[in-house]
Each structure stands twice: as C-alpha cells, then as structure tokens.
Design a protein around this ligand. Sequence first.
Ligand code: HEC
Length: 336
Amino acid sequence: MNTSKQVNIMIGLLFLSVLFFGGLVLYEAPRQTEAREEHEDLLAERGATLFVNNCRNCHGMVGEGHIGPPLNIPGFRILEEGNAEGAPATPLGEVDSLTRFLTDTIACGRTGTFMPVWSQDHGGPLSEIQVDYLVAMITQGRWDLVEELGIEHDAATETTDAVLAEDILVQDASSLAATEGNCGQYSEELAAEFRGRDHFEEPGADGGATPEPTETSTPGGGGAPVEGGVAVSLTEFAVEVSPASTAAGEVAFNVANDGAVAHNFRAVRTDLAPDALPVAGGAVDESALEVVAETEDLQGGGSTGATGDLAAGSYVLFCNVSGHYTLGMFTGFTVE
Ligand code: HEC
C-alpha cells in the first residue's frame, strides 16, 4: 500500500467518525428533551393527584376558583424555550420569584384567610416534595391532568354527576377556620402582581410583568363609623344591610366585617339585578360600573365608615375580594 492510499483511508475514516459523532449529537439532543418532558409529566401528574384530593373543594374542580382564587391562570405559568404556545420563555428571575411565591403560599397558608398551612414543616399534612409537585403542576398549567384524574377519582368513589360539585365544593364556609399565624406572607398587592403577569403578550407590548393599578379614584373612601348611618354586615358569604332603603343625599354606611376572613365593601348604582353584575377574573368588573362608596379590605372583626352622595335609584352592595361576589356576597339597596 502506498502513502497516498493510506492518506485516503485515513481521510475516509475521519469522515466516518465525524458522521458517527454528529449523528450521536443529533440523536442525543431530542432524547434529553424527551427524558426531561417525561420527568416533568411525572411531577405534574403527582401534583394533579394531590390537587384532586386536597384543593378542589376550595379552588374549584379544575382550578377555576371557588372560595379560593383561580389557580389555572396564565400568570402562574412558567414557559420554557420552544413552548407549544410559541411565547417567549419565562426569564429566570421570574421563574425563581413565582416558584417561591407559590411554594411559600402552599407551604405556609395565608394568615387571616381560609388558605390552610400544607407543609409538614409548619404542621400541615404534606411533605416538602409534595408541595413541589403541586407547584410543578400549577406552573406547567396541567389542569387537563387534574380534570382527568378528578373524573377517575370521582368514578372510583361513586359520586354521581348530579351531586358532584355540591359534594366536593365547600358550600358552607362556617365549617372552615381562618388560618392563624404562620410562615411567609404576601401582601394582596404582591399576590395581584403575580396573578396579573401576562407573558403570552407580544414581547415589549408593555414591558411585561408590571400590572396596572386597577383603581385611580376613591369615591367615599374609608373613615370612622357614623352615628345613624346604614349598617352593613359582611360575613362568609353574605352582605346584610339595615335599613334596606334610605333617602337620597349623603349616605353614610357603617361597614362591619363580622366574618373570619378579609372582606371589603362596594356600593354601585345600577339597574342590573344584584346577582347579575359583570364579573371578570373572579371579581366584579368595577370599571364597567359606577362605584359610589367603597372601603379598603377589612380584616375579620374590623369596621369602618364609607360615605357617598347617592341619587334616587337602585343600588347593589357587595364585597369584591376575589371570588366573594360569586359566592353570594351582595344585596340590593334602594335610594328614594
Ligand atoms: C379551605 C379552603 C382552601 C383549601 C382547601 C386550599 N386553599 Fe389555597 N387558598 C384559599 C384561599 C381563601 C386563598 C386566598 C388567600 C388570600 O386571600 O390571600 C388561597 C390561596 C392560594 C394560593 C395563592 C393564590 C393567589 O392568587 O394568591 C395558592 C397558590 C393556593 N391557594 C394553592 C392551594 C393548593 C395547592 C391547595 C391544595 C393543597 C389549596 N390551595 C387548598 C383557600 C384554600
């Protein structure tokens, strides 16, 4: 064999090895993606099972919200590079802060609300890793698994369709206890910021994560209770008013939170029936209504005054903490 033949063979071998290793790389990349996806599916499935057994009664059959706020919202999603929605990947900083927000809330519950403590570290029933499964399911948005496993679970426990929702969803909040002192807390503002994340938007539309404050003016803001005012009592989940009508002019509402969890008070002038106000994202859409008096959030046992200049007409009084209106916290009110 002469030298040039040897060289040719060497080149040939080199070429073959390049083909071989190149092929290996091309084969390995999707294989890793596949393995990662399988792993994530497994976490989400475990999370979905935990959700079916522990969370549906308050957060709804597929996380749509009930006594607790909706959890199946875009704001709680973490998106990876090349996601099916074709949206930009969630930046790492946001991944961290959202994960911490969800983990802490589930592990610690929320003081002064019905959200229980779940982590064993704080006296709850779930291990740290089980809390991680729940967070994985929520951030991956795998509510399809919750629905699927929920149907299986309800079939196995022989719950008929007719009574299903009634049986599982909490109907009577008086059986619940408000969560007391616990670990990490998030303010309503911060929670609202996480809920309002919208990363499905075109990038740069408004820079992403900062939600607009919803309220600009505060008609008839809080103050001390007024003697001889209209008494409003807020409980889980009803609004009572006495007397149910008054004369036109400046009206003072004495608002008392006689319940266990935080509530607030809104009075709107409208011809709509009390149970027919427009609802968006779990709360009454105040931007579509004329709010004539309102209060800040009141903790259980708190009270305050709210005044408004009320013309003759029909009014609806309600609580607009997320979910509370749809649970029945409204009543009609007449100004003559
Ligand atoms: C007894 C009713 C109840 C149960 C059961 C319950 N939650 Fe909650 N949860 C709530 C309430 C009420 C809130 C809202 C607290 C507040 O007003 O800040 C909440 C808030 C949350 C939040 C924060 C959402 C936000 O928008 O601020 C997460 C996450 C959450 N719950 C997850 C879970 C998970 C997961 C489970 C099951 C392991 C669960 N919850 C079980 C009542 C409940």
